[in-house]
Design a protein around this ligand. Structure first.
Ligand code: DGL
Length: 288
């Protein structure tokens, strides 16, 4: 049940601010840094405030009500930072919570599903796309809907891969066990003849090498991070929300629980300097 107290969330600062407002980005944890990193590369002038809900990760096996509630609460924390736009850098939250966020937010919202679906439809040559993600993302069929809205004739074969997130968080990116599990999950998709594979979880770009090794050069990998960054760039222009020219953007990262080893894994894999990590509590999120 959506929380009745969380009717409409607005940006925290009602007074005009002299600071350049950030783009608010959130994920269930650290994996969404793949999106933040792609945004840093494409939009170096933008401030980004990232929140990873590490106190409650993973979202991938939770119910729609819980995922919606968590997403609304984390969004409240981003609006308290004066976020001018919300980027849902989590496939699970994008699949299940975007309609609820769009209903209550006054700032634009971008998720990872639509941009990924669009890129996959553009990439496929034989009209057969594979999608991998968490159980919640795959069972929601959000990618299928988004792909079929763009091209109803494309065939979509989906596979939930719940064991990949723990392997990535363990840092086993280049490991024989990971290779075996990737094979087990992808075997059927490859046998069925997909020519494009959507990495429908923000963690998976960190496993792109292992996935590409099994899938082979004929299968194109669609990475939600890069495509989401492109969608953000377009929306900033459309809504006239881009940071002033010559502004040098920065990335601030907050978590809802203290960082663990996965932050270092992500930093190394992404070549990202996380800097000082701030902590935010989801208790008593201010909403208006
Ligand atoms: N960030 C989530 C996603 O992109 C994966 C981790 C989780 O299950 O929360 O779906």
């Amino acid at each position: 049940m959506p929380n009745a107290n969380l009717k409409r969330i607005s940006r925290a600062s009602k007074k005009p601010s002299t600071k350049t407002p950030p783009i608010g980005v959130f994920d269930s944890g650290i994996g969404g840094l793949t999106v933040a990193s792609a945004m840093r590369d494409l939009l170096p002038g933008e401030n980004i405030f990232y929140i990873g809900d590490t106190a409650r990760v993973p979202y991938g096996g939770k119910s729609q009500d819980t995922i919606e509630r968590y997403s609304v609460e984390i969004t409240g924390l981003l609006l308290a930072e004066d976020a001018k736009m919300i980027v849902v850098a989590c496939n699970t939250a994008s699949a299940l919570a975007i309609p609820r966020l769009e209903e209550i937010l006054r700032v634009p919202v971008v998720g990872v599903i639509e941009p990924g679906a669009r890129a996959a439809v553009t990439a496929t040559r034989n009209g057969h796309i594979g999608v991998i993600g968490t159980r919640a993302t795959i069972y929601s069929r959000a990618y299928e809907r988004a792909i079929h809205a763009l091209d109803p004739d494309v065939r979509v074969t989906s596979q939930a891969c719940p064991m990949l997130v723990p392997l990535i968080e363990e840092g086993w990116l280049d490991d024989a066990i990971t290779d075996q599990i990737v094979r087990r999950y992808l075997e059927k998709l490859v046998r069925d003849g997909i020519d494009t594979l959507v990495l429908g979880c923000t963690h998976y770009p960190l496993l792109a090498d292992a996935i590409a090794k099994f899938a082979g050069p004929e299968i194109r990998l669609v990475d939600s991070a890069k495509n989401c960054a492109l969608a953000v760039q377009k929306l900033l222009a459309k809504e006239k929300l881009a940071a002033p020219k010559n502004h040098l953007g920065k990335l601030e990262i907050a978590l809802t629980d203290k960082p663990d080893g996965f932050l270092r894994v992500a930093e190394n894999a992404l070549g990202l300097q996380a800097g000082d990590i701030q902590l935010r509590s989801v208790q008593g999120v201010a909403v208006s």
